[in-house]
Design a binder for this molecule. Structure first.
Ligand code: NIG
Ligand code: FE
Length: 422
């Protein structure tokens, strides 16, 4: 017999619903958060049943309702982080120190460090090791108020190791309240053993990795790092075209260090997103607009590699693009899971308004993962993923930085017990 469990969240200084048209938000819509002052929300099982003012919602609550007293805090949707490299072994604090001493991210990578050093460690790790680390990362995400992440493979670069990482992603998703959307990133770097014959590696990705991972039902999206000295536009095209034929959605690391046709490729193939875009031109933005490609901006990776060149977020919003912001959590360029840090950077460095940044980190991100109908806003029928923040006004989320302010996190209507994830 199924028992209906209900939850009343009340006394919210602001219930930030982000209710609006059922599609990614553009232009002035990105500033409309549909905030309900003195708000309340009723949850039934894992879904949102009603949102409104306290006066409207409290009378609707059944007698045995569990009450969550928000004590005048902001309540908002859980963050949707649409670009993460969730699973990797070890870390690169050694390279971090080298960068502090003046080496660049690319110099380290050209010397055999960078992604390749994480690949060596990830290959040596067992699936169970990766699940254990993934659970730790999941706790970091959840404790910052993130309830869904896109999670890329890409530190295995052999058929078995990529499969191992993707299975670990699934296991983390099942074992924790963090919802993971799996992306295959076999074309993340040319592995050491293929250095002199990169096209053979591309063939391995296309002919062996993709068919096996699709057959094992492990992936939903495919990504490729399209960049000078990594994968060229024709190589990326080969990988992404094959992925599309297998029915996967497409994402692409584009224009991070150099601008060389990756965005045009994304537009041509109808990719869901083009990510990074620090070097993107106005012309490329127009192509993204025409093709419906969403930009995913990753300011924490610009900050952490010590660059000053942030993506032109304002120009993108003016071009009518439904901008997304994400952490790019990874051990090299962006060792953070903090979406509030990303909000801070989006506002201070890319001159987004706090409202625009919040839209980019929730509902627009959800649409970029084909989940806009289920998550990313607090609307009746959607999954009850929400967060109580120690703030009275949503702008404080982007304003204070480096301070943990998550009072409580709920995923699918259940409070996340962060201690239990340790
Ligand atoms: O998104 N650009 C490529 N991939 C990651 C970095 C991965 C790493 O350094 O380990 C990024 O920045
Ligand atoms: Fe990335």
């Amino acid at each position: 017999m199924s028992h209906n469990r209900s939850l009343l969240v009340t006394n919210c200084s602001q219930l930030v619903t982000l209710a609006g048209p059922p599609r990614p938000r553009i232009g002035a819509e990105m500033r409309e958060l549909a905030i309900i002052p003195d708000g309340a929300m009723l949850v039934r099982n894992d879904r949102i049943a009603a949102v409104g003012t306290r006066a409207e919602i409290e009378p609707l609550a059944p007698q045995d309702t569990q009450v969550v007293e928000a004590q005048g805090r902001v309540v908002m949707p859980g963050f949707v982080d649409a670009h993460t490299h969730l699973i990797f072994a070890g870390n690169r604090s050694d390279e971090f120190e080298m960068r502090c001493a003046g080496a660049t991210y690319q110099q380290i990578s050209e010397r055999g460090g960078g992604i390749r050093s994480t690949v060596r460690r990830t290959r040596a790790a067992s699936e169970d090791d990766l699940v254990a680390t993934g659970r730790k990362h999941a706790r970091w995400f959840l404790s910052g108020g993130t309830t869904t992440v896109e999670a890329k493979s890409g530190y295995g670069l052999t058929v078995d190791d990529e499969s191992k990482i993707l299975r670990a992603i699934w296991r983390v998703s099942e074992a924790t309240p963090l919802r993971c959307v799996p992306t295959f990133l076999g074309a993340h770097e040319i592995p050491e053993e293929f250095k002199s014959r990169p096209d053979d590696y591309v063939d391995l990705v296309v002919n062996e990795m993709l068919p096996r991972l699709v057959k094992e039902n492990l992936v939903e999206f495919c990504d490729c790092f399209c960049e000078a000295k990594v994968f060229s536009v024709p190589q990326a095209e080969h990988v992404l075209t094959a992925a599309k034929q297998h029915g996967l959605g497409l994402r692409i690391h584009a224009d991070q260090f150099t601008s060389g046709g990756a965005v045009e490729l994304a537009a041509r193939l109808g990719a869901k997103t083009a990510d990074h875009l620090e070097q993107t031109t106005q012309e490329s933005m127009n192509k993204m607009k025409q093709a419906g490609v969403q930009p995913v901006l990753l300011p924490a990776s610009v900050y952490a590699i010590g660059s000053q060149k942030y993506a032109p977020a304002r120009a993108m919003m003016e071009a009518g693009l439904p901008v997304v912001i994400a952490t790019d959590f990874n051990p090299g360029s962006s060792p953070t899971t903090s979406m509030t840090m990303v909000l801070s950077l989006a506002c201070t460095q890319m001159k987004m308004l706090p409202s625009e940044a919040l839209t980019a980190a929730t509902i627009n991100a959800a649409y970029s993962l084909n989940r806009g109908h289920e998550i990313g806003s607090l609307e009746p029928g959607k999954i009850a993923d929400f967060v109580l923040y120690d703030a009275e006004d949503y702008r404080e989320l982007a304003y204070f930085f480096g301070i943990p302010r998550t009072a409580a996190v709920f995923a699918a209507g259940q409070e996340v017990d962060l201690g239990q994830l340790l």
